[in-house]
Write a protein that binds this ligand. Structure first.
Ligand code: ADP
Ligand code: ADP
Length: 226
């Protein structure tokens, strides 16, 4: 099955800047996929459109066969998103952030607590469960965002530069975790400008530059051309 299908995506911001000039690619279910490109290429714009945070100018986005414009609620159920910026309530406690998020998805309270506990353990945040999120380190905040994105058990997880500014040790443990959940069947798409990160994790890649797709291939094939 196809997890994500993007067709001829265009984005012109209101200042006239053309961030995307007709991008198309697909990601198969179960894949670990990287969207690569230099700063300013259009990666965050693409992710923003998929997550309905940015309005597209034209084109189509389908998630597990559902058009995001026609079936936004269905698409939302399938999708977990880890943005680049921390956007949670700084004064809410770590565990409560996860329980609140589960509530948004209609997950019963008891189940929400069980899931929150599971991900707090999984992501090394259990000791911090009672702390306000503003007191967490940068790496912990990022792991909390991953936990929050997974709480409704999405089939597709999208991460925007998940390890930017994270030290190498933590980066490796985040890679291990992402690989583990990919092996459990979650399709993962991440953006990165570290080729090494894509090389470690991803089977397939798309490279964008100046709002255009310049490569869409397997990681193995890309490495042969370098
Ligand atoms: P849209 O075209 O989707 O309505 P806008 O062009 O109105 O989006 O921009 C949304 C926000 O992003 C605005 O608050 C704007 O100030 C801000 N913004 C403008 N230029 C940039 C930029 N180069 N990078 C990031 N954000 C920007
Ligand atoms: P990347 O994630 O690959 O670094 P972005 O998608 O953030 O690239 O940005 C693509 C281009 O669009 C850049 O030139 C950026 O400055 C511009 N841009 C991003 N957001 C806005 C905005 N809100 N308004 C105007 N231009 C923007």
């Amino acid at each position: 099955a196809t997890a994500l299908e993007i067709t001829d995506l265009h984005k012109t911001y209101s200042n006239g800047h053309q961030a995307l000039k007709g991008i198309s690619f697909t990601v198969q279910q179960g894949d670990f996929f990287a969207l690569l490109g230099p700063n300013g290429a259009g990666k965050s714009t693409t992710i923003g459109i998929i997550c309905a945070l940015v309005n597209k100018t034209s084109g189509q986005v389908k998630i597990f066969g559902d058009d995001m414009d026609q079936s936004p609620n269905k698409v939302k159920q399938h999708l977990g998103v880890v943005p680049q910026e921390f956007n949670f309530n700084q004064f809410e406690k770590t565990a409560d952030i996860l329980i609140t998020q589960a509530g948004y998805y209609g997950i019963p309270y008891k189940e929400s607590i069980e899931r929150a506990e599971h991900y707090l353990h999984k992501l090394g945040l259990w000791e911090k469960r009672g702390e306000q999120s503003r007191l967490l380190s940068g790496g912990m905040k990022r792991r909390l965002m991953i936990a929050r994105a997974l709480i409704h058990q999405p089939k597709l997880l999208i991460l925007d530069e998940p390890t930017a500014g994270v030290d190498i040790e933590l980066r490796r443990s985040m890679w291990d975790f992402l690989q583990e959940i990919n092996q459990q069947g979650i399709t993962i798409i991440l953006t990165t400008h570290y080729l090494e990160e894509a090389e470690q994790l991803c089977r397939n890649i798309a490279i964008i530059d100046h709002g255009r797709l310049v490569q869409n291939t397997s990681m193995k094939a890309l490495l042969r051309t370098l």
